[in-house]
Design a binder for this molecule. Structure first.
Ligand code: ADP
Length: 375
């Protein structure tokens, strides 16, 4: 969102050919509680030149401007930044014209005579907040479109191979001499494709479940891990991994989501490991500000530094299916879950030497801050 934080002054551009009106608006802004860094422009051309160098948080434009018409200039401004909040000021009786400006992308119009120290602040705050929300929604829509595209691609790949092998089986069955071994190998490949689709659907389910508001309860992290290890029993046995933890704290958290989080991290630590015995240790450290910092450390293959943030994006994988199987949704799910609990997640790693995933979770009894962020 583009809402500037309270301490940073808002960058406001006032475009009006009447000096008296510009100064009037400046005075109103000064008398309000807004902290603003104001720039004046007499014409739309001047405004367009200035805004090439400065990124404004809001623009107030007089509807009746000489030179380049206000509406054309508005269109140029909005082409540069589609979410720039623009307020159009009008004289009495020009409201119909001003509504034209709204159709062209201005967010609000006000009659100059209605502008007072009391009204200017809610108008500016309103459009800036609305513009921030519009920007956020557009970003989320873009992310969703990309997500859907990758998902369709990833689901189609195994489906195509299932269809392809099924067709081959049909062709083989039509032949007089049945090669049973060949048929069996084709059937196995169909199973592998179906298995992969199933895994992807399960990961997708876990990823979307992480959007559900957590059902908070007092729990012991050690107990959650006991259950996770029981679920991963077969993977741990087959890999010979050693997983250790002790002295883990009590937390207020959603036990199913927390289980999913640690299951993803531990399963990855086992999967992305080349040494004979994968070693995973989990510990918690008390931090200032009433949060626990939990570390999941492994002796696996490590992650290149430049990928340490991107791996939390959905479908971001560093390896082919041939090297390591996966869906690329595990860490994105972890990030969502930690964010839902008011914490952050990040990783530190050295290629060839292992990785530490760190996450913060608020201590039991502490109100959570649900902003989703990551380092
Ligand atoms: P995947 O299904 O591919 O495992 P994840 O979202 O869980 O998807 O992980 C994203 C990528 O991050 C993985 O493809 C892998 O390259 C890397 N990764 C995750 N965990 C580890 C780890 N413990 N050690 C090394 N690389 C890891």
């Amino acid at each position: 969102m583009n809402t500037p934080c309270a301490e940073t002054p808002l960058k406001l551009l006032i475009v009006d050919d009447d000096e008296g009106d510009r100064k009037h608006i400046l005075r109103l802004v000064k008398r309000s509680d807004l902290s603003c860094d104001c720039t004046e422009a007499r014409t739309m051309d001047e405004a367009l030149t200035i805004s090439e160098q400065v990124r404004f948080d809001c623009v107030i434009v007089d509807y009746h401007l000489p030179g380049q018409s206000g509406l054309d200039g508005l269109a140029t401004l909005l082409r540069r930044d589609a979410f720039l909040p623009v307020v159009v000021t009008t004289g009495k009786g020009s409201e119909r014209l001003a509504s034209e400006a709204i159709k062209r992308g201005a967010m609000e119009y006000v009659c100059k005579s209605d502008l007072t120290a009391g009204t200017i602040q809610p108008v500016l705050e309103g459009v800036i907040e609305q513009a921030g929300l519009n920007r956020l929604v557009a970003e989320q829509q873009t992310a969703l479109t990309v997500f859907a595209r990758v998902l369709v691609h990833d689901l189609k790949a195994p489906l195509q191979s299932v269809l392809g092998f099924a067709k081959l089986i049909e062709a083989f069955l039509a032949k007089p001499d049945l090669d049973k071994e060949k048929l069996l190998s084709l059937a196995n490949r169909i199973s592998a494709g179906a298995f992969r689709m199933n895994t992807l659907i399960d990961s997708l389910h876990a990823y979307t479940e992480a959007d559900v508001r957590p059902r908070m309860e007092r729990l012991t992290l050690g107990k959650v891990l006991d259950d996770v290890l029981a679920d991963l029993h077969e993977t741990i046995r087959a890999s010979g991994a050693r997983v250790s933890y002790q002295g883990l704290p009590e937390l207020d958290a959603d036990s199913a989501q927390l289980g999913q989080l640690f299951q993803n991290l531990i399963a990855n630590s086992i999967k992305y490991c080349k040494v004979e015995t994968p070693e995973i240790s989990i510990r918690a450290q008390w931090q200032d500000g009433g949060v626990w910092r939990i570390e999941v450390h492994d002796n696996g293959i490590g992650i290149p530094k430049e990928q340490s943030k991107t791996i939390f994006e959905p479908f971001r994988r560093l390896h082919s299916q041939g090297e390591y199987e996966g869906t690329g949704l595990g860490l994105a799910t972890c990030k969502k879950i930690v964010g839902q609990h008011g914490g952050t997640i990040w990783c530190q790693s050295e290629v060839g030497r292992g990785t530490s995933f760190f996450l913060t979770l608020p201590a039991a009894g502490k109100p959570r801050n649900t902003a989703i962020t990551s380092h």
